[in-house]
Ligand binder design. Structure first.
Ligand SMILES: Nc1ncnc2c1ncn2[C@@H]1O[C@H](COP(=O)(O)OP(=O)(O)O)[C@@H](O)[C@H]1O
Ligand SMILES: [Mg+2]
Length: 238
């Protein structure tokens, strides 16, 4: 069997007395879509922060594309092809869409070529918004812009932290369609509370509870698991 694209082993993250992650092991193959679910405060965002170099874990090891990641800065990790979006969308609110894209291109080591950028702009339906100031966009447009800014940097794996958070049900449906297509552009890791996203997109789902991985398997199995239902799904947007 080939090696995983992402291989996180026994990752532990303590904040003072709080153990946000305890011995978490997660492996993801190239081309696989991995979902991560769990109650608020269970460590999902912390996991992405550790993997993408925004936090140094207390202990553990992380390999990406066969090379160790820990100790590298986020922009170095992005250059290696591993990137993320944020739970609270992050774009440069004072800049136009065009300038946000330009910033992402300048920051990348191996950005997409102009024609590929134009294709991605069209795919995300942002062509008509290039001169708009990002802070004036709808949340759904901002989420698409943030995704575009990562895509033009040519990621191998993109980690999405609640990509449909705050969207209307119509927008959620549309975003699920985009994310289904995103899977043919790069590998996708997705944190979500909206189970429709997990059911429709994930090949495998990992459940975190109070910093520990309590389940890992195909959505059909995990989303009907009695313990997962008791500990989490009873309260989630299932
Ligand atoms: N930078 C930080 N400093 C201190 N505590 C943190 C920090 N980031 C997260 N935590 C704590 O770690 C736990 C997990 O948080 P988080 O990863 O944001 O959970 P989730 O994304 O699953 O809602 C929470 O108890 C949170 O308060
Ligand atoms: Mg979070």
């Amino acid at each position: 069997m080939s090696a995983p694209l992402l291989d996180a082993r026994s990752v532990t993250m303590r904040f003072g007395g709080v153990v946000a992650l305890r011995d978490v092991c997660v492996a993801q193959m190239a081309g696989e879509t991995l979902g991560m679910i769990g109650p608020n405060g269970s460590g999902k965002t912390t996991f992405v922060n550790v993997i993408t170099g925004h936090l140094a874990p207390t202990s553990g090891a992380v390999d990406f594309a066969g090379r160790p990641l820990l100790g590298r800065k986020p922009h170095r990790i992005a250059d290696a092809g591993l990137t993320r979006t944020y739970q609270a969308v992050r774009v440069f609110r004072e800049l136009t869409v065009r300038d946000n894209i330009a910033t992402a291109l300048v920051d990348a080591e191996a950005p997409l070529a102009r024609a590929e950028v134009d294709e991605a702009i069209g795919w995300l339906a942002l062509g008509g918004r290039l001169d708009a100031v990002a802070g004036g966009l709808t949340l759904y447009e901002q989420r698409r812009l943030e995704l575009l800014m990562r895509l033009v940097q040519r990621p191998k794996l993109i980690m999405l932290d609640e990509p449909v958070g705050g969207l209307s049900s119509v927008e959620v449906r549309a975003m699920i369609g985009l994310l289904a297509e995103l899977k043919s552009r790069c590998s996708v890791f997705v944190i979500e509370h909206t189970m429709k996203v997990i059911r429709e997109l994930a090949d495998r789902v990992v459940v975190l509870l109070a910093g520990e991985k309590i389940a890992d398997g195909p959505p059909a199995e995990i989303l009907t698991d009695q313990r997962v239902i008791e500990k989490y799904l009873g309260s989630a947007d299932a």
